[in-house]
Each structure stands twice: as structure tokens, then as C-alpha cells.
Design a protein around this ligand. Sequence first.
Ligand code: ZN
Ligand code: ZN
Length: 135
Amino acid sequence: MRVSCRCGKVEVEISAQPITQFFCHCDDCQAVHGAAYVPESVYPADGVTIVKGEPASWTLKRNPRLFCRDCGTRLFIDVLGLKLRGLNGRLLPDDAFRAQFHMHCRFAVRPVKDDLPHYASRPAQFGGSDEQVDW
Ligand SMILES: [Zn+2]
Ligand SMILES: [Zn+2]
């Protein structure tokens, strides 16, 4: 599947199935996206490649985040230590984003009540505790 930034100058080829998809409520995502929470679709790093354009990157803490230098669309974060790429879920067609849970809900500024699990930090399968919040 090929997805692009809003202006079309950058295209990204996705050649792997997502490992997981979720909504992240962490304070880093809030800051860099200017959003209450963000949809993220996670792949093995080699399953997400830039096939057109030259996005720019910046680093908030340790992992580079790539974005289109023309339209500013956030593309993905390169999670170097785990060899993963976390794609902005809004780049996918609606039917290709199926969130499995919410995470980092302890930071939530706008709780979303739905039938998905709401983890306080991360689920155990991704190094967290599985602890959930009460909403
Ligand atoms: Zn663009
Ligand atoms: Zn986050």
C-alpha cells in the first residue's frame, strides 16, 4: 500500500502488516502533533520506506520523526531501539486503521470512552504493565 502526505510530494510504501494500531495519549504526541491524542500504526522498520520525496526530520528525545518539508504532514517516528516505524494512522485509508487499544491514558487531556482497552501506560506486550484507567 502506498500513502502520501497531504500535498503529495512525499510517498511512503507500506510492505508489511501492522504489528499493532492504537491511539496514543502521551504528552510527547500531544506536544509534537498539537493534538489531544494521535492514531499510530506500527510496522517493522523495513516494512515502511520512503519511495518519493525527501522528508525532513526532527528529534524530540531520541527517535527521529519524519515530516513533509512542504506541507508539514507528520509521516512516521523511527523507533530505533526496537527497529519499528510508527506511522501516522491518519495517512491510511479509513478501513486500514483499526485501533486495538488506547495507551498512555494517564496523560489524557480528552478521555475517549469506547469499548477498547484504555492502558494507563503501555500494554504488557509492549513493555508496560497492562494497568488500565477507570474510563
Ligand atoms: Zn507534503
Ligand atoms: Zn505518544
